[in-house]
Design a protein around this ligand. Structure first.
Ligand code: NAD
Length: 371
């Protein structure tokens, strides 16, 4: 640390399961942060070996002088844990999904506004350098006007993932809320808001209460259309986790692609950033050969970039890239897709959100005067 650098921020981690343990490693490796404490009813191996460990977030917040908390406990606890942290005045990085349901996420959106809270939601893919470059290519018209986007996330999860962790088998989990939430968040980030969604889901492969496979059709407000296939039962090289070198937990495949964006003047696959276009000297139609160029980006892991960004959010020097409001909209889209699958109807996403917002306004306030 030079004399001009601010002191490292003290971060506590709530939930030290699969994802929480990864956050511990990211924090340990990050310049600008110190791992101060953990909270989990099942003690992490490091707790007690020099790292203070607590049963829950409340006792950690009461005992430790923290600047920030990373929340990686089960989804059902996200909102209440984040509210406790915001009320204690610490910055929050809460794992996705921000809540179990859009209606519940609105409590957090309101609390962030009421408390002027610093809260980032862990849609880490947005921090990947390829995503910023793809977004710039789309927004600056490098592909012409986007007409369509196709996405896929399919990977066979280990059977123990479902057998050993009961919440992974129950409503509140499922491939839509656990995995597709990332893809829909990223498609919103790249291509703008989704106006309408149609969906089919299946639990055929695993036979669980939650869906294992989904197919979605999307219409974006821009007029572009999209499709997204996802499965946690199907083996494939296609999907963000296989297509990026984010973690050794998901071995990298160089031919993995997650999204294909198709425009009137070119196409782009993401995250490998292969851009296809006609030579300006030839007619721009399907009789001409397409050339492929890989757009250059400086490599950086999304989780490391997310943590560096979170440290800045905690210090109050930048606004969160993924706000509670933004993640809440992604969650509404996931729910709209689930409704579309249940009913077979095309769901208008803005109307879907408005109907839930109206019910919340009419409904009774909670015991503390909050809705
Ligand atoms: N960003 C990503 O790519 C990514 C990947 C995996 C999981 N996640 C998210 O991370 C979160 C955790 O998922 P996971 O796969 O690590 O689950 P997990 O079941 O492995 O871990 C959850 C941990 O929370 C602990 N816990 C339970 N109740 C608690 C409480 N009251 N206070 C503190 N800790 C408590 C459990 O003991 C467990 O150690 C979920 O929200 C999940 O959606 C995100």
């Amino acid at each position: 640390m030079t004399e001009h650098e601010p002191p490292p921020i003290r971060i506590g981690v709530v939930g030290t399961g699969f994802m929480g343990r990864q956050h511990l490693e990211f924090i340990r490796a990050a310049p600008g942060a110190t791992l101060a404490a953990v909270a989990d009813p099942v003690p992490a191996p490091e707790a007690g070996r020099g790292l203070p460990g607590y049963e829950d977030a409340g006792s950690m917040l009461a005992a430790e002088d923290l600047d920030a908390v990373v929340i990686a406990n089960p989804n059902a606890l996200h909102v209440d844990t984040a509210l406790d942290c915001l009320e204690a005045g610490v910055a929050v990085l809460v794992e996705k999904p921000v809540a179990m349901a859009y209606a519940e996420s609105r409590r957090l959106v309101a609390a962030v506004a009421r408390l002027d809270g610093r809260l980032l939601v862990g849609h880490h893919r947005r921090h990947h350098p390829a995503v910023a470059r793809a977004r710039a290519a789309i927004q600056e018209g490098e592909l012409g006007s986007v007409v369509a986007v196709g996405g896929i996330w399919s990977a066979r999860k280990d059977d123990a993932y479902f057998a050993e962790t009961s919440w992974h088998r129950r409503p509140g989990a499922g491939v839509l809320l656990i995995n597709v939430v990332h893809d829909l968040d990223l498609l919103r980030h790249l291509c703008g808001e989704v106006a309408e969604v149609q969906a089919m889901t299946s639990s055929h492969a695993r036979g669980l209460e939650v869906e294992d496979t989904v197919s979605l059709s999307l219409r974006f407000e821009s007029g572009a259309v999209g499709s997204l296939l996802a499965s946690d039962a199907g083996v494939s090289p296609w999907g963000w986790d296989q297509a990026t070198e984010e973690t050794l937990a998901f071995p990298y495949l160089p031919d993995g692609v997650a999204y294909r964006v198709v425009g009137t003047q070119g196409a782009l696959s993401v995250p490998n950033l292969a851009r296809y276009a006609y030579d300006p000297a030839v007619p721009a139609d399907w009789h001409s050969p397409l050339s492929r160029t890989y757009l250059p980006v400086a490599p950086r892991g999304s989780f490391q970039a997310q943590l560096a960004h979170f440290i800045d959010v905690a210090r109050g020097v930048t606004r969160p890239l993924v706000t509670a409001e933004d993640a809440s909209r992604t969650l509404a889209l996931v729910e709209a897709a689930a409704l579309a699958a249940r009913t077979g109807a095309t769901v208008d996403v803005a109307q879907f959100r408005a109907a839930i917002d109206a019910r919340a306004t009419e409904g009774p306030a909670d015991g503390q005067g909050r809705r």
